[in-house]
Design a protein around this ligand. Structure first.
Ligand code: SAM
Ligand code: SF4
Length: 360
């Protein structure tokens, strides 16, 4: 079967997805065009913004790939004050971001739960309930998820990282804190609490095959997610996974593979929100725009107070803009206009998939 014929198949199988993930040249173009059309038909050409606030790099966990893992003593640890976080929320609201995303290392302390809770309530109060809030603060108990939901968070992003338990085990220490089953259960808890639920994976990991990635796409479909954030794995010298550096695909290959993952997910799940992630921009300057062209519809510009940005150092060469956030936004708007897209200013940009599910 040609790529065109495969794409017209109603239900794509693991084998077909694996084949499409290795498409190159004209086949790759056919795939990207097809995904761009699906996107246009289902979510249009509006791009929604989530002002990304990297709230804290303090983490109890020790994931083998992550630069802010607990055992990396080379990291200067920080946590924004309530005022600093709310200042960023105010900036987002005034500049028409419509939504923010609060992301942090994982902490299970009461103090952390209460601090996030306070920020959520205040963010709702100072924006008259107009700001949409996504959280990405790792695995928490059902009580905590529920409390944060009731205080104003409506979306939660928790990447499964890899949906293949054997590969997941190679990326994490072998203990309760890093259990694959616990992570899947956390995703189920989020659904139960009523969140728009997002997950995602890293692409181009050591030991990862096209079949693993095809499984990831089917996992997301089966979990019936509302949103996705996925992007290339980028190594960090102060992490255990770095020793497999020589096994990795080139950055360019990881980038291309990530675009194909975005395109295929758009085809499989036409009305979900898909973010064009920062890691794409790390590899290619206009990487996020390329992802927007072939399937993504959400961007997460960094609005963390500038003095903390270097410390949220997940992987090498993570971009830190030298311009003001206002200038970055103007530049982004221009870049998107050049590719026929517009920013959904002052709109929350909730997942259409979630709304459709809840109207049924
Ligand atoms: N601690 C929370 C969690 O892990 O769910 C949220 C913050 S964590 C830094 C956000 C994401 O960063 C992770 O889900 C992971 O996929 C990504 N990440 C960490 N290290 C990375 C790396 N070396 N390359 C690419 N992405 C990475
Ligand atoms: Fe912590 Fe998240 Fe990094 Fe894992 S990926 S070490 S949970 S910040």
């Amino acid at each position: 079967m040609t790529v065109q014929q495969i794409l017209h198949t109603v239900q794509l199988s693991k084998e077909e997805l694996s084949k499409l993930l290795s498409a190159t040249g004209d086949d790759e173009k056919v795939l990207f065009n097809y995904a761009a059309n699906v996107k246009q038909q289902h979510v249009g050409n509006t791009v929604y913004l989530r002002g990304l606030i990297e709230f804290s790099n303090i983490c109890e966990k020790n994931c083998y790939y992550c630069g802010i893992r607990r055992d990396n003593t080379d990291t200067h640890r920080y946590c924004l004050t309530e005022d600093e976080a709310l200042e960023a929320v105010r900036f987002a609201h005034e500049n028409g971001f419509g939504s923010i995303a609060l992301q942090s290392g994982e902490l299970s302390s009461d103090a952390f739960t209460r601090k996030i809770d306070f920020i959520l309530k205040e963010a709702m109060r100072i924006t008259n309930g107009e700001i949409g809030i996504t959280l990405s603060c790792g695995e928490q108990t059902e009580d905590v998820y529920r409390r944060w939901f009731e205080s104003g968070a409506s979306r939660y992003l928790l990447r499964i990282e890899s949906s293949t338990p054997e590969l997941y085990a190679k990326l994490h220490p072998n203990d309760e804190l890093h259990s694959f089953t616990n992570r899947v259960n956390a995703l189920e808890r989020l659904k139960k609490c009523g969140y728009q639920v997002g997950t995602g994976v890293m692409i181009g990991l050591p030991f990862q095959t096209a079949e693993h990635l095809a499984n990831d796409l089917l996992f997301m479909k089966q979990l019936d997610i509302d949103m996705c954030g996925m992007g290339p794995y980028i190594e960090h010298a102060r992490t255990p996974l770095y020793e497999h550096k020589l096994q990795l695909l080139s950055l360019r290959e990881r980038f291309k593979l990530s675009l194909k993952m975005v395109a295929l997910l758009r085809i499989l799940m036409p009305d979900i929100n898909i973010a064009a992630t920062t890691a794409l921009q790390t590899i290619e300057k206009n990487g996020r725009e390329q992802a927007i062209q072939i399937g993504a519809n959400v961007l997460m510009p960094n609005i963390t107070p500038k003095r903390y940005r270097d410390d949220y150092f997940l992987y090498e060469n993570k971009p830190v803009s030298q311009q003001s956030d206002e200038d970055d936004l103007k530049f982004l708007e221009k870049q998107l206009k050049n590719i026929g897209h517009e920013i959904g200013f002052f709109k929350q940009g909730n997942s259409l998939h979630y709304s459709a599910k809840n109207e049924r």
